[in-house]
Design a protein around this ligand. Structure first.
Ligand SMILES: [Zn+2]
Length: 249
């Protein structure tokens, strides 16, 4: 049951965007295989060739847009780790769908930006897909997103000046994330711990147990700490929904 409670489960073409994959990204970061460096720019970035996150220049407390943009970057990391064979624009489309799914989970009343600017149009289109496929709600678990919807969104991303230098046919440089022996050991230790926590599943309390494993994280990065905190909050909400559903039965 625990597996089904995660708000992030949607295969998008080759993408498997779900909490297991986001957990993996966390473990790659915590093992040191993916680097997190503070940035000065307005935007955060993930550079697949260097397995590096560059965080956006911001101070805690972090607003929803900062937190959901971290989910965006983590989605790029998922592509890199799994060496997805996709175009850069498709990868951006996947990252924006994940970002908006998360933004709407944090704030269901998030208003749609007005039609006009290419970036706003793309955000609107992403929000429409989140609603169409009911992503982030139990009804949307395992939703299959139509390739045409992804292609349309990729075109909307391309229309944004910041993305206009991307060759529409260019493939993502997803070359995987290499781990040293030491990092590999740490990575597996963390993955193993997750399995052990999952084994105790079967009750709503297990959700808490699973996410209590986040307490073990040691990171000095405030943005990531906040991200993990928000995952916990999100799971609490998911647990609530599940509890309500089983009460209704
Ligand atoms: Zn991106």
């Amino acid at each position: 049951m625990t597996q089904n409670c995660t708000p992030f489960v949607f295969p998008l073409g080759p993408f498997q965007v779900n909490s297991v994959e986001y957990d993996k990204v966390s473990d790659y970061i915590e093992s040191g295989a993916i680097d997190v460096v503070p940035g000065k720019a307005k935007f955060s970035r993930y550079i697949p060739q260097r397995d590096t996150f560059i965080t956006r220049n911001s101070n805690p407390p972090l607003d929803e847009s900062v937190r959901s943009s971290l989910v965006h970057e983590c989605t790029h990391a998922i592509s890199d780790i799994n060496k997805y064979d996709v175009t850069r624009l498709t990868d951006e489309a996947a990252a924006y769908i994940a970002q908006l799914t998360y933004a709407l989970l944090l704030r269901p009343s998030l208003p749609e930006p007005p039609i006009g600017l290419p970036v706003d149009n793309m955000m609107r289109q992403s929000m429409h897909l989140v609603n169409k496929y009911e992503l982030g709600s139990p009804a949307g678990y395992g939703a299959m997103i139509d390739q045409r919807d992804i292609a349309d969104l990729a075109r909307a991303v391309y229309a944004i000046p910041d993305y206009h230098n991307i060759d529409p046919d260019a493939k993502l440089a997803a070359n995987g994330v290499a781990l040293s022996d030491e990092q590999l050991e740490e990575f597996y230790r963390r993955q193993m711990q997750r399995l052990i926590n999952q084994d105790t599943s079967g009750t709503d309390a297990s959700l808490k147990a699973q996410y209590a494993s986040y307490e073990d994280y040691v990171t000095s990065d405030n943005e990531l700490l906040t991200l993990f905190d928000s995952y916990r909050a999100k799971e609490d909400r998911a647990a609530e929904v599940v509890a309500r559903l089983s009460d209704d039965r």
